[in-house]
Design a protein around this ligand. Structure first.
Ligand SMILES: [Zn+2]
Length: 678
């Protein structure tokens, strides 16, 4: 299920655990931007700008034991967690004065914090479902059980939900997509290198341990785990790779519902849609039709016993964090330690804050906004957004490679971008969702069911443009091509990314570059395929499309040369959209700053000119330490390049940077020839 096809500024790992020390210290919030203490003055900015801007920071920070990475985003997330904890602690206090919203978030949080009750219950909450799976006698019975699991958010075999029709962006339609895997991507099953083999071994071991935790003997559990991986590998073989999935033309196949029976006759599709709770529909999008044929063959080739093992695994995997400590620990051991390199499980309260945000994000968000953001923050940010959009407009007008016909459409699209800042005008209503003070598993599955039902009810209805793709406290930002909107939740609009106390150079280099980045996504290799209304429609002349392609290839080649960890290169195609947005975004933020400086000139600070402070603030927003396991995993799955290249890969293409730091030709931070699209 997804609200919209969102392209975020960075991958978010809310579940990856949290930092143990007290966050949000006032020293951290008032540190100057850029921070001279973060600089490595022994480094040469023209040789390795990331090292120069972040070297001091990298040397004086360590990754907390309960995290896979540590940087600006993580610090902001810690700060937000502390604010949310205060709200939740207060709401959890079972007084008579609580509002209905406080009852929901407070009791949810209380039930999550009540480890005694949770541990005493073991996996009781799963037992009725496990008994149902045990009783399934044949494949038709498995077929009938499937929608029941989907209704709880356990997406076995494939994914089903609603989405905005890519070619009619006012309409929500049904969507069947590939899915059903336990590892983060199909490549984890298919890659033949030693590292992937090792992860698969770890996965096999993990599935076996989880099966033992739900009562299987070691021998049975080992057989179950083998069966699960064999079946998921069949699904992986028929899944589309991530780089291809960024091409909207490859994931749009609107078909009559009757066609589904030809692709995957095993499933009685109309019966499935009805049982899962979807409204009647005649057609829907099948992202990758080959997957359904592959699924049908995979089910035919697999025994009833093995398919039942697959269902058991996905049930326990989906709900592991709701169960007693052995389940939580085992889930952590594989998904956080093996896959991401995290050493320790985060404190319970942090995990409970995150769970509350997932389950009741709009209820919690209302309280968060009251505590942090307010109307003033919205106004200040909007002002910067408008200044940056004006620069993008001037920039489009001056581009030498674009013909007037395409330019005109591009300007119409830019003008039509919806700017969403801070928090939604309308909050989601949870009044029908029952939250009990003593039932964490029940509360969480109830919230998941509520979210699934809510998503499916949108099918066949007009798109609700008031809905947000993020919860309000989220530290992220994103562009949604299918609605042509940029989204900045209140959670990200804080120092050091934006502050009233910082000067223009700092605000434009950090926060302004993020705004520019999101605006540029409307014109990256994926975004450019959508029009002003968010419809997938080709508005480019052939000449302009070819010119775009030529320039984009320059970035693909540049980033493919970067090594994420020794021996593992960045995927230039997977990261193309983000790299385009980083480069275009920093450039238009710089132009906007130059415009502001005309009326508000700025003297040097700590020996750095405004231009230098702009680039330093940009780079320092990306200072980040990351576990090598995490970097390896992200290189295969994340459309963003590692932070070092988000800085160096961009500045080496900018004559403005070269000038600001007086870099001579031939230096590593002076690319020749430089890439430029926007
Ligand atoms: Zn992005």
């Amino acid at each position: 299920m997804r609200l919209t096809r969102l392209i975020p500024i960075a991958a978010v790992f809310l579940a990856a655990g949290a930092h143990a020390q007290a966050p949000g210290s006032s020293a951290e919030q008032t540190a100057p931007v850029p921070n001279p203490a973060s600089i490595d003055s022994a480094a040469d900015p023209c040789t390795d700008f990331y090292q120069y801007a972040c070297g001091g920071w990298l040397a004086s920070n360590t990754i907390p034991a309960d995290r896979a990475s540590w940087g600006t985003g993580e610090m902001l997330r810690e700060r937000n967690r502390a604010v949310l904890r205060g709200i939740l602690d207060h709401a959890a206090d079972n007084g008579a004065q609580r509002s209905p919203i406080e009852q929901k978030i407070g009791d949810f949080y209380f039930s999550c914090m009540d480890e005694g009750t949770i541990n005493a219950r073991g996996y009781d909450s799963l037992k009725p479902e496990l008994a149902r799976i045990d009783a399934l006698a044949d494949k038709p019975a498995i077929r009938e059980e499937m929608p029941r699991l989907h209704r709880q958010g356990v997406d076995v075999f494939f994914e089903f939900g609603s989405e905005t029709d890519l070619k009619d962006s006012n309409q929500r339609i049904g969507e069947v997509d590939q899915g059903g895997l336990g590892l983060p991507d199909r490549d984890f099953y298919l890659n033949q290198d030693a590292k992937s083999e090792q992860i698969r071994k770890g996965y096999l071991d993990h599935v076996q341990k989880m099966m033992q935790l739900i009562g299987e003997s070691p021998e049975t559990a080992a057989a179950s785990a083998k069966a699960v991986i064999a079946f998921e590998t069949l699904l992986a073989k028929h899944s589309l790779d991530r780089a291809s999935r960024r091409d909207p033309d490859k994931i749009y196949h609107k078909l009559p519902v009757t066609e589904l029976a030809k692709l995957c006759p095993f499933i009685d599709w109309p019966a499935f849609f009805e049982a899962v709770g979807a409204p009647k529909m005649n057609s829907l999008n099948v992202d990758h039709p080959d997957f359904l044929s592959g699924l049908d063959a995979a089910i035919a080739a697999t025994s009833v016993a093995d398919l039942k093992a697959y269902l058991r695994w996905h049930l326990v995997h989906n709900q592991a964090v709701l169960l007693s400590q052995p389940f939580v620990d085992e889930d952590f051991a594989f998904y956080s330690r093996t896959l991401r390199g995290v050493r320790e499980l985060g404190a319970r309260w942090k995990r409970c804050v995150d769970s509350s945000d997932v389950a009741l994000g709009d209820a919690l968000g209302q309280k968060y906004v009251d505590a942090t953001f307010g109307a003033e923050g919205k106004q200040r940010t909007l002002d910067m957004v408008h200044k940056i959009e004006r620069q993008m407009s001037a920039n489009l007008g001056a581009l030498d490679w674009m013909t007037p016909a395409t330019r005109k459409e591009a300007l119409v699209k830019l003008e039509a971008i919806a700017n969403r800042i801070g928090y939604p005008d309308k909050w989601r209503d949870y009044s029908t969702l029952h939250i009990a003070r003593d039932d964490f598993a029940g509360n969480s599955t109830g919230a998941a069911q509520y979210a699934v039902a809510r998503d499916l009810q949108k099918i066949g209805k007009p798109v609700d443009r008031a809905e947000w793709p993020f919860t309000t406290p989220t530290v992220n930002a994103g562009y949604a091509p299918d609605e042509n909107s940029i989204n900045f939740p209140a959670g990200i609009l804080q120092p050091p990314l934006y502050s009233n106390q910082s000067d223009d150079a700092a605000n434009y280099g950090a926060g302004g570059a993020i705004i520019g980045h999101e605006v540029t996504h409307a014109f990256d290799d994926e975004g450019r395929k959508f029009d002003a209304h968010g419809n997938l429609r080709d508005w480019w002349t052939k000449t302009d499309a070819d010119e775009f392609q030529k320039r984009a290839q320059c970035l693909v080649d540049e980033y493919a040369k970067f090594e994420a960890v020794p021996g593992l290169h960045v995927n230039g195609t997977l990261t193309l959209g983000e790299n385009t947005a980083d480069l275009g975004g920093l450039r238009i933020a710089f132009l906007a700053l130059m415009d502001v400086l005309k009326t508000r000139p700025s003297a040097a600070v700590n020996g750095y000119t405004a231009e230098q402070r702009f680039f330093l603030s940009y780079a320092q927003a990306w200072c980040q330490l990351q576990k090598p396991q995490m970097t390896s995993m992200m290189t295969g799955t994340d459309p963003h390049a590692p932070p070092r290249f988000r800085v160096n890969g961009v500045v080496q293409n900018m004559p403005e940077f070269r000038k600001a730091f007086s870099c001579s030709a031939g230096k590593p931070m002076v690319a020749g020839p430089a890439c430029r699209i926007w």
